[in-house]
Write a protein that binds this ligand. Structure first.
Ligand code: CP
Ligand code: NVA
Length: 316
């Protein structure tokens, strides 16, 4: 049953990620050329259950399904009380008896697993403490666009900052699935989750973890940062102190390749994990990256519902 869902970027194979990217490219071109898309998800209902705030994720899923002829229903953090007012399992059974898709942003990844195990509709991870796979898909798609649709194999992605982070984990997995090299520069105690690293290594990719941000960034094609304090983190003061040497500034960017790009999922904190000079400078692609959340997630939703339909037809 869990196969129907998208909780980790590894729930798609590399081949399937490319299918999603090619359809996302077509959807983006169709939207830009004609101002709209064919209503491929006409009358489909998508329920969004969010335990945390959001701008991009809520916006892109809501507008995305509308552009495809479907409808979104959003529940804010106060409304449902996943696991508190009601068991996540019960929520999944009720919601999936009426809706076609569940998009959930949660504190604990286990809440997503409980939703998925009890849902008849595909469940999509809109960010958990462990992964942010929709963000990583949009990021890899953006790199593909910037590289003019050439193969991503051999590119070096350097992430600097909090390694034990949802975005880092999904990027590490996604990058090695695309045959890219992944480097993570983080202070001791903030390295990537060991299980994620083992999973990434099982794809045969090259992964380096280092305390030295300069080593991480040297001759990289892509430099990535994220907030030092993620939603749900409580040790803000410790983090700000420990991460100070990991700021992406012009001096650090100058160690990457001359045509390297800078990426950040946003929201960003200028003067903390990145300087304004870098994020607002010519190497930054952060707003292209944010817009691509829309195009890639539309493709993902179509892909997930098509797969579910195929499974249903095969089982009848
Ligand atoms: N990048 C991202 O997921 O942004 P939001 O938290 O605003 O959705
Ligand atoms: N790592 C960040 C990503 C925000 C989109 C967080 O979890 O808050």
């Amino acid at each position: 049953m869990i196969k129907e869902h998208f909780l980790s970027i590894t729930d798609l194979s590399a081949k399937e990620i490319w299918q999603v990217f090619h359809m996302a490219k077509e959807l983006k071109e169709e939207l830009k050329s004609f101002g709209g898309n064919a209503p491929l998800l006409k009358d489909k209902n998508m329920v969004m259950l969010f335990e945390k705030p959001s701008l991009r994720t809520k916006l892109s899923f809501d507008i995305g399904i509308s552009q495809l002829g479907g409808h979104a229903i959003y529940f804010s953090p106060q409304e449902v009380g996943l696991g508190q007012r009601e068991l996540a399992a019960d929520v999944a059974k009720v919601v999936s008896s009426m809706a076609d898709l569940i998009v959930a942003r949660v504190y604990s990844h286990t809440t997503l697993e409980e939703l998925a195990q009890n849902s008849r509709a595909p469940v999509v991870n809109a960010l958990s403490d462990l992964e942010h796979p929709c963000q990583a898909l949009a990021d890899l798609f953006t790199i593909w666009e910037v590289k003019r649709y050439q193969d991503l194999s051999g590119l070096v992605m350097a992430y600097v900052g909090d390694g034990e982070n949802n975005v880092t984990h999904s990027l590490c997995l996604g990058a090695v699935m695309m045959n890219m090299e992944f480097r993570c520069g983080s202070p001791e105690g903030f390295w990537m989750n060991g299980q994620i690293v083992s999973k990434a290594e099982s794809f045969g990719g090259k992964i380096t973890e280092t305390k030295d941000p300069q080593e991480a960034v040297a001759h990289a094609d892509i430099v990535v940062a994220d907030t030092w304090v993620s939603m749900g983190d409580t040790d803000e003061e410790v983090r700000k102190e420990r991460f100070r040497p990991y700021q992406v500034n012009a001096a650090l960017m100058s160690l990457a390749k001359p045509d390297a790009i800078f990426m950040h999922c946003l929201p960003a904190y200028r003067g903390k994990e990145v300087t304004a000079e870098v994020i607002d400078g010519p190497q930054s692609v952060v707003f292209q990256e944010a817009e691509n959340r829309l195009h890639v997630q539309k493709s993902l939703l179509i892909w997930l519902l098509s797969r579910q339909l195929k499974h249903k037809l095969n089982n009848n």
